[in-house]
Design a binder for this molecule. Structure first.
Ligand code: GLC
Ligand code: CA
Length: 557
């Protein structure tokens, strides 16, 4: 397997709006990021993935871009960006930019022109269709509720928006659109950035003839994800690779909603003709019930093991995995798969970290995950900021399937704002995130969970993550070793081995509050092993793991 720096790196995702506010306006910004680079250096990460910092009217917090080559006013200036980039590079930290090119903002100049008349040169930059019998051209719904089509009075036609109506989809079939995007990417590469995380890149090629999609659960609309992995997506990415990516030593990760193993093998193929790796969503889509995303069902561990192991095994040597649980769209994992009570929060956060970081692939840490930050307590819909949650609340409310209480419980649990509450830096007002009024309320537990305390505590989640990251650097087996799952049916223990030449690793994590038995496989003599990492003080008890205990042993002949 070819060695690559991006296979050996650990990525840290920053959601700038919520990371650190340097000027007291309540909104995180670029100077805030620059000020915290030493903190990230101490954690030991190699790469920052920066969620969008481009100019945007913020209908979807920066994922609706009105100028790809300017900085959002609230976040600072291009000079601030350049300073941040230089300061990161000085510390050996790379910066990967979010690339949102499935859609723009409706306030992007391209769309302003496109909608202005039928014969505008940019008309075909977007996906316009005539009404069918006075209605939408097909049944597709938006990922943020309602129809994926918006009627535009000026020209009497509909445009497609798989997300909000302020996020019109670009028409990738148009060669000029592709060239515009590639040129823009080239200018960023020339500036010295280190890669791209590509937003919903699996959606850029729409199915031939834009057919109806299968109905979504609890909805009159067709599944917007049915446009994923369209007929030309690989062709477009190969073109992007030839024209831009292959010319620079950068890393790329595609956010690939709806990706299957077979598709991932193409997107992230080891020959490097498309992207370096993808984010797949199968594992984070397992804790659902018949009502889609909005539920508070817990993970079934055997099912989770099966899915994660499938990705580990099937991409081995033919493609590359990204490994993650958290990002700005996912609820906090310690509240979701762990246990965020006082008794188990720290231990379960470390247990999840162990399970993820000892796997094969490039690990992603989302801001605050390294502190064991938890879900927020929302009291009413007025506490939500996120467009997805607000729209879903109103849509489901209207459908009257759940009582108010149940609806709130469901939306509170999965809501993206859980991940977006401000970073908890210390126990001063607003968790040290801002001296002003934060744009989204700080989680009230910041006096108990914050970076300052964790930096001072050798047993903190922070220091455990620091150790996990360091182990990956000192042990090639963690990066390149082969993965094998143990005890597939066990409801509580997640255990696996890694093998690499004459090296071996055994990882055991207990995902329950109670002590559980585990089986040490033959040939793995614990007495001869080095205990690489362990999330408890006590000695390891042979064949038994305490509630949320996690450990990894290492052998080298
Ligand atoms: C991606 C982003 C998400 C955004 C959506 C539309 O899924 O991660 O935050 O809302 O794309 O751009
Ligand atoms: Ca600010």
């Amino acid at each position: 397997m070819a060695k690559q720096w991006w296979k050996e790196s650990v990525v840290y995702q920053i959601y700038p709006r919520s990371f650190c506010d340097s000027n007291g306006d309540g909104i995180g910004d670029l100077n805030g990021v620059t000020g915290k680079l030493d903190y990230l250096k101490e954690l030991g990460i190699d790469v920052i993935w920066l969620s969008p910092v481009y100019r945007s009217p913020n209908d979807d917090n920066g994922y609706d871009i009105s100028d790809y080559e300017d900085i959002m006013e609230e976040f600072g200036t291009m000079e601030d960006f350049d300073r941040m980039l230089a300061a990161a590079h000085e510390r050996g930290i790379k910066i990967v930019m979010d690339l949102v090119v499935n859609h723009t903002s409706d306030e992007h100049q391209w769309f302003v022109e496109s909608r202005s008349s039928l014969d505008n040169p940019k008309r075909d930059y977007y996906i316009w269709r005539e009404p069918v019998d006075g209605h939408e051209p097909n049944n597709l719904g938006s990922c943020f509720s309602g129809s994926a089509w918006e009627f535009d009075e000026t020209t009497g036609m509909y445009y497609l928006h798989c997300f909000s109506k302020k996020q019109p989809d670009l028409n990738w079939e148009n060669e000029t659109v592709r060239q515009e995007v590639f040129d823009m990417m080239t200018r960023w590469c020339e500036k010295g950035i280190d890669g791209f995380r590509m937003d919903v890149i699996s959606m850029i090629s729409k199915p031939e003839g834009l057919p109806d999609g299968p109905l979504m659960e609890n909805s009159i609309y067709g599944e917007p994800m049915s446009v994923c992995n369209g007929p030309h997506v690989h062709e477009y990415l190969r073109e992007m690779n030839q024209k831009v990516l292959s010319k620079y030593d950068i890393m790329t990760v595609g956010e690939c909603a709806g990706v299957t193993i077979d598709e991932a093998k193409k997107y992230a193929n080891a020959e490097g003709t498309e992207l370096n790796m993808v984010f797949q969503f199968e594992h984070v889509g397992l804790d659902v019930d018949g009502n889609g995303k909005w539920c508070d069902k817990k993970f079934d561990l055997p099912q989770l093991k099966k899915v994660l192991s499938k990705w580990q095994n099937e991409l081995y040597e033919v493609a590359w995995n990204s490994i993650y649980f958290c990002n700005h769209d996912q609820p906090r994992i310690v509240s979701r798969l762990g246990n965020d009570s006082d008794e188990f929060r720290v231990r379960s956060a470390k247990c999840i970290g162990t399970m993820i970081h000892m796997m094969q692939g490039t690990p992603y840490v989302y801001q605050g995950e390294e502190l064991g930050m938890t879900n927020q307590q929302f009291n009413s819909v007025d506490d939500f900021d996120d467009i997805e949650a607000i729209n879903a609340y109103h849509e489901l409310k209207e459908m009257n399937i759940f009582s108010e209480e149940e609806l709130m419980a469901r939306i509170c649990y999965k809501n993206r704002d859980n991940a977006r509450t401000p970073m908890q830096w210390d126990d001063s007002a607003n968790a040290g995130f801002t001296t002003g009024e934060p744009w989204l309320a700080v989680n009230q537990n910041y006096t108990k969970i914050n970076a300052k305390d964790e930096l001072a505590d050798a047993d903190s989640v922070f220091h455990y993550y620091q150790k996990l990251i360091a182990l990956r650097k000192s042990h090639d087996i963690i990066v390149y070793g082969k993965y094998d799952l143990l005890m597939p049916e066990d409801a509580h223990i997640f255990a696996y081995t890694r093998t690499y030449g004459d090296e071996k690793l055994l990882v055991v994590c207990n995902f329950s509050e109670e002590p559980q038995k585990f089986v040490v496989p033959e040939g793995y003599d614990l007495e001869k092993a080095e205990l690489l990492i362990h999330n408890m003080d006590k000695a390891v008890q042979d064949g038994m793991a305490d509630g949320f205990e996690a450990m990894a042993w290492y052998w080298k002949k």
